[in-house]
Write a protein that binds this ligand. Structure first.
Ligand code: SF4
Length: 503
């Protein structure tokens, strides 16, 4: 049976959080042994469409790669503010009959991967709060970093939190703001939170979209042209969502900008300025889809350049270049072209590995990499192989892949990584292990090479990565997971202590 949380849905009773045990424990944990770093969220907002819920659904469908644990859509029709969310994939939760329960011409949507044990439905988004400023629904991508202080201050001021989610802190700040108008209260609240946030918000008659002053996470604005009435304005974490909606990309929401969309049109204000931009460079390396344009640059172009630069920096005599699918494919194409070595799909990914296998017992987990990847023996046998991947986190999966390629008959296996070594955890919305679990934080490149059993190992240099992602005018990037230099003051010191200190 599908378990959904209903709030304010016409004709349906609200789900009572106190009675619904299932809200507090996920029916399945999606934390697999999968070693890849995970994005936490994708967000979207729609204004001025007769079937806003379905548009939000399509956008979330395109953003599914940014989070597969829960999804939610809230809609507004001028009177109601309805919210439905559930655990699972967007297409599993929002069947036709569920979408029909969400009336209105405005919608916000969210898809989430949780980093914590409380991956419950209650913390799924959008979060709908009945505040002193009226009903507000919010969906948030990123991570706030001065939470402890803010939460306890708000609680002292009488705030009653319904969830443990970061996003509710923003709503409570809005509710407790002394600013006169709602838009002033939002601007005031956003200027008090530190960290990474790309946010969409909705009241009964307005949509808001904002990015944090450093612009960590992407958020773009697009438009669906309407020849017989006002255009539909859309927002999405990545522009690939616009393609499915047949929306035209208009611009990015700027770092520190708050955009408001009403029946009268689009207005904007800069609620914060003068802070250097630090957009997440790992979006370019891994998270975002290659068919998206983020931070002013096509992801495909950035990854192609990363591969080319990697070939220039650390080419090795070889017979074939093989990507670790899917995210290594574009960089491998760039590498192969630059190095003049044939590109071959020597590893095939099984796209149909679903939760049945992502969520197994230990016995099955050890099997994980084999379920997802399979070598193409006739392309690898007797060959000197350059394997291209986008990261080494703990090292265990890279070792399994190297063994797999060698087991398929490769004569030599040279691993090339399209970014620098990951040496420090992320506090801005990416689920990274702590420093002690990051293999490159505690070992030299040669030690990592020995551990993963490759014939050679090289990473892209930081300068090479930055040059591959550059735009005109220049984008300021966060590179903290490669340098340990964090753009904000607020980080969890325990998490970044070297391994030796933690034992
Ligand atoms: S620490 Fe790394 S993953 Fe996190 S925001 Fe910065 S670049 Fe992105």
């Amino acid at each position: 049976m599908r378990r959904l949380l209903f709030q304010g849905v016409p004709g349906a009773a609200d789900t009572d959080p106190r009675k619904a045990d299932f809200l507090f424990s996920a029916p399945y944990s999606l934390r697999p042994e999968d070693p890849k770093l995970r994005e936490e969220c994708g967000v979207t907002a729609i204004h001025g469409h007769p079937d806003a819920a379905r548009q939000a659904y399509l956008a979330l469908y395109a953003l599914q790669h940014r989070g597969q644990e829960s999804a939610g859509i809230a809609t507004a029709d001028g009177q109601h503010l309805s919210n439905i969310k559930g655990m699972g994939l967007v297409s599993e939760i929002f069947t036709d009959d569920v979408l029909q329960k969400l009336p209105g011409s405005m919608a916000i949507g969210h898809t989430r991967y949780s980093t914590t044990g409380d991956s419950a439905l209650l913390n799924a988004q959008p979060i709908r709060v009945d505040s002193t400023k009226g009903l507000i629904a919010i969906a948030h991508n990123g991570n706030l970093v001065n939470l402890g202080n803010l939460r306890s201050r708000l609680e002292r001021d009488g705030a009653y939190f319904q969830t443990t989610s970061d996003s509710e802190i923003i709503v409570q700040l809005i509710a407790h703001s002394k600013a006169g108008s709602l838009v002033d209260a939002i601007a005031d609240s956003l200027s008090h939170v530190e960290g990474a946030f790309s946010i969409v918000m909705m009241t009964r008659d307005r949509i808001f979209a904002a990015r944090d002053p450093r612009g960590f996470r992407p958020l773009s604005m697009g438009r669906i042209k309407n020849p017989v009435g006002p255009d539909t304005i859309v927002f999405a974490s990545e522009t690939c969502a616009f393609d499915l909606l047949r929306a035209e990309y208009e611009r990015d929401v700027l770092p520190g900008e708050l955009v408001m969309v009403t029946e009268d049109g689009v207005t904007s204000r800069q609620y914060a300025s003068g802070v250097p931009q630090s957009s997440c460079i790992f979006e370019q390396v891994y998270f975002a889809r290659p068919d998206s344009r983020i931070f002013g640059r096509w992801v495909q172009e950035s990854r192609d350049q990363m591969g080319r630069q990697l070939a220039r920096e650390s080419n090795v005599p070889a017979d074939v270049v093989v990507p670790v699918p899917d995210s290594g494919v574009t960089a491998a194409l760039g590498y192969a072209e630059e190095a003049g070595i044939p590109f071959r799909l020597g590893l095939i990914r099984n796209h149909y590995v679903g939760r049945t296998f992502i969520e197994p017992e230990q016995r099955v987990r050890d099997f994980g990499v084999r379920l997802k990847l399979n070598p193409v023996r006739n392309l690898l046998e007797g060959k000197r192989v350059v394997l291209i991947d986008d990261s080494i986190i703990r090292g265990t999966t890279s070792r399994k892949i190297v063994r797999m390629v060698r087991g398929a008959g490769a004569k030599e296996v040279h691993l090339r990584i399209s970014c620098p070594p990951t040496i420090s955890p992320c506090f801005y919305g990416v689920d990274t292990p702590s420093k002690r679990d990051l293999i490159a934080a505690n070992n030299s490149v040669e030690e990592v090479r020995r551990f993963i059993e490759a014939d050679s190992l090289a990473y892209l240099s930081l300068d090479g990565l930055l040059a591959s992602c550059q735009t005109e005018p220049a984008t300021g990037y966060c590179t903290a997971c490669y340098t340990g230099k964090y753009p904000t003051q607020w980080v969890d010191v325990d998490e970044i202590l070297p391994a030796a200190v933690q034992v």
